[in-house]
Each structure stands twice: as structure tokens, then as C-alpha cells.
Design a protein around this ligand. Structure first.
Ligand SMILES: [Zn+2]
Length: 234
């Protein structure tokens, strides 16, 4: 009988749930729907999101020793010495992705942090000058002509406010944002409000081509071109 190694890999993704959030946290939260009511609900959500990722990402993530930690420590900013709010963080040294255990963070941040993992796996291609050029060309067109026409959902405000409208943008953040938009589109476990609408998606077409190529390279571990054989029928 054929085995299903990819399914096995998915099950090997480890996550830890550090503490359980307190009942008073839940009661006094003004956005209760964003919180998980119990650990089972958290597990189901995470598992279905991971199951609906392209399996090659999960495979590479697992075999390179990365883990995903869902946490409610509320301490990530302090631990990583950041003076701004985050939803999650990718720790390249420890090879750990941390995400706060809030529903909307999980829907939006897992894909973004996996974007950082893909960037890392591919040798930090977001630092390649060619990615800079591609993104800057896109940014110019977007900001000049389209921004006012497009009604992006608030979930992409990060990309727009921090990356498209900010001249000092970290190209790795732009890469991860766009990868996250790309991955979220095809992930059936992620609600539609975390995705682009049909009208918006065409603006991302060109960039999605590069994101797709990144996934192809995960598949072949290097450039797919090296696997091509050319025949001369002349
Ligand atoms: Zn990031």
C-alpha cells in the first residue's frame, strides 16, 4: 500500500500552547470573537490552515527543523525588544514561528510568517536587488494609478500603509506580505474577509507569478530550470 508521506509530515508540525488565557482576559476583552474559546477550537483552526497550505511548504518547514508555536504570553514584543505591536514573529535563529493565539492573528499572521520562512529557505531572496526592482516598479504603479480605485480589505492595510506608502520599507516585509496574500487566496480554511476580492486580485497578478515560482523552487530545492532537458530535433 502506498504511504502518504506528506500527510505524515503535516502531523509532525509541532505547536505548543503556552498557558491558557485566563477567564478574565476573555470577559474583559472588547473583541471576544477574536479569542479562542478553548484549546480544541484553536487546534482545529490551526490544523485546517496547515492542511490547506501547499504541502511542499509544510514538508520543507518540518525537514529543516522549524516549528510553529501558538502562544498567549503577550510577551513577544518584550522578548524581542520591539516598540510596536505584532501579531507574530519569525525567529530565524531558533527556527520558530510564534503567533499570538487570537483568531484574526492566526488567519492573517501564519501566512505572513511562513512567507519569512520561504524567503529564508530560498536564501533570503527578498534581499536580491531584482526583488527590490520588481517590488518598486509595482509600488509606483499601485500608488500612482490604482490606490484610490481599490477597496482593499483592512487585512491588507499592513501592505498598503507600511509597504506601499512607506519609502523605507523592508523588502523582506513586502515579500512576506505578498506571499501571505498569495497563500491566503488558495487556503480554504481562511475566511474570505482575509482574502482579496475578485476586483482586487488582478492588481496582484504580476507579483503572484513570482510567488508561484518561489513555491516551485521549494519543490525542486533549487531552480526548476536545472531539471529541464532540452532536445534538439533540428
Ligand atoms: Zn514580518
Amino acid at each position: 500500500m502506498l504511504s502518504h508521506p506528506e500527510e505524515e509530515k503535516i502531523m509532525k508540525i509541532r505547536y505548543s500552547y503556552i498557558n491558557t488565557y485566563s477567564i478574565s482576559d476573555y470577559i474583559f476583552s472588547n473583541k471576544n470573537s477574536e479569542m479562542f474559546l478553548n484549546l480544541e477550537e484553536l487546534k482545529t483552526t490551526i490544523t485546517s490552515i496547515i492542511d490547506n497550505l501547499p504541502s511542499i511548504i509544510v514538508k520543507r518547514f518540518d525537514e529543516t527543523g522549524w516549528t510553529l508555536h501558538i502562544t498567549n504570553t503577550k510577551e513577544l514584543e518584550k522578548i524581542y525588544n520591539l516598540d510596536y505591536k505584532i501579531e507574530g514573529i519569525t525567529d530565524f535563529e531558533q527556527k520558530i514561528i510564534y503567533i499570538y493565539a487570537r483568531k484574526d492573528y492566526i488567519y492573517s499572521a501564519i501566512m505572513h510568517e511562513f512567507g519569512h520562512f520561504i524567503d529564508w529557505y530560498l536564501g533570503y531572496i527578498s534581499f536580491d536587488i531584482r526583488w527590490d526592482n520588481i517590488f518598486n516598479t509595482y509600488k509606483e504603479t499601485m500608488t500612482k494609478d490604482y490606490m484610490k480605485k481599490i477597496k482593499f480589505s483592512s487585512i491588507f492595510s499592513d501592505l498598503i500603509e507600511n509597504n506601499l506608502l512607506n519609502s523605507d520599507i523592508a523588502t523582506s516585509e513586502a515579500f512576506s506580505d505578498i506571499m501571505s496574500i498569495y497563500l491566503a487566496q488558495s487556503n480554504t480554511a481562511i475566511p474570505n474577509e482575509y482574502k482579496l476580492t475578485k476586483n482586487d486580485i488582478s492588481y496582484f497578478d504580476d507579483l503572484f507569478i513570482y510567488m508561484e515560482r518561489c513555491l516551485l523552487c521549494l519543490e525542486y530545492q533549487n531552480s526548476p530550470i536545472s531539471n529541464l532537458t532540452l532536445y534538439n530535433y533540428g
